[in-house]
Write a protein that binds this ligand. Sequence first.
Ligand code: G4P
Length: 525
Amino acid sequence: MQKNKHDEITSRRTFAIISHPDAGKTTITEKLLYFGGAIRDAGTVKGKKSGKFATSDWMEIEKQRGISVTSSVLQFDYAGKRVNILDTPGHEDFSEDTYRTLMAVDAAVMMVDSAKGIEPQTIKLFKVCKMRGIPIFTFINKMDRQGKEPLELMEELEEVLEIQSYAMNWPIGMGKEFLGIYDRFNKRIELARPNADEDRFLPIDGEGELAVEHSMKETSYYKQALEDVMLLNEAGNDFDEDRIAKGELTPVFFGSALTNFGVQTFLETFLQFAPEPQPRLTKDAEYVDPESDVFSGFIFKIQANMNPAHRDRIAFVRIVSGEFERGMTVTVPRLSKNFKLTQTTQFLADDRETVNQAVAGDIIGLYDTGNYQIGDTVISGKANFQFEALPQFTPELFVRVNAKNVMKSKQFHKGILQLVQEGAIQYYKTLHTEEVILGAVGQLQFEVFEHRMRAEYHVEVQMETMGSKVARWIENEEDVKESMAGQRALLVKDRYERKVFLFENNFAMRWFQDKFPDIKLYNQL
Ligand code: G4P
């Protein structure tokens, strides 16, 4: 039976998994797909290290390095919900794409390695989610290994990320002695290794203790878990759905993705509280309701050369409202131009398939011949509005770049312009000599840039690394004098002709601020 539009839209759950490399994002994604029936065996999505399952031939770089360069979208159905996971690159060399993907989700799952705690990349990605005020669900992984004490991890969450937490469940032991979890939310104990004749779930009585006879009761791990849970009940935060929805309180789950323990419980609880597709603000500060009759969406990512044989380019659209139907005509208000959407793709595991229908919350890929830009709004009918611009992210790494062959200068500039418009890289130039400087949040962006300049624009580029810099924009540009710049504070312009200081490091920035306190510096995201 076909669902109506309302049911379709409200069944969507669109989220991303954020984590530091190796926390277990790929592993849990596989398990989630497995529960959703999207793959038959958990463990077949991608073998990034072995390269065994390198089904994606999107870019040579992907193949050479055995990593996924850009985020893909995975979709599956579970318990009446249609789940869209926007995967983010599982590598240290993440890029602006990773950040932008977080602009297209309604919730985030934060994976934490129980032995390592909160790691640097998690902090960066968390900040973007926090800025958006989206709900963040925490999964503390690898409980089958010896890790930090659970209470210590909870404290770390609150101290490092400054977010309050609510433990949905609590581990009973860890590593070899991991007996299971005390599920506060579902009021049961889930056994890690039930005997053949034993139920996986054991009930908890009114006092909060195991209601049945079990050998676990005598263990110090059970007693400790019980003590911790009592402490949380008394002194911890209260469960508060509203605060979860606002991203002020993160529900915390413990488990082990590898041994598939606690993942299904997590998925079920997550789906219960993760938001359905949310309204989105336009530039005129009006909200577009997901159930509006107008089809609307925005482009959060453009990926080129997904298939080198076709040299195609795909613009990823997060649908904000209404329903997409193949063959419909849409407008891009920035261009005041209509497009008939006949070729669209949707993404299931690693197979691209054609989509005929999609609704608010879904992600579709539009074939692009160079028309679209990151941040573009697409809408149907006579509607005419644009969604709020996507934020610009502060790059941290910089290179000076030029064409190896000066005869190729025209192609060089054309290529840079297009790649900058696409959002692949950020553009800066020195004030008088107009040398090109590129900025990125991750090293990989430079490699992709170099590769694409060669493959698509036939230009060999020369890149001279400038290392990491602290970029700061200036509120009162008119007060800036060129004499304020120097070796440790390079003055450049960005693609919008705004002046930017590139400081050698934080120390150089503070020194500058002490010396010129009237110059008001600010940071992008
Ligand atoms: P990522 O996508 O976040 O980078 O992490 P990924 O899932 O690839 O996991 C990183 C490593 O951690 C992998 O091991 C994986 O098997 C392991 N891992 C993930 N979840 C768990 C868990 O719950 N418990 C334990 N003990 N290990 C876990 P690897 O040996 O580095 O890679 P591989 O050779 O197994 O692919």
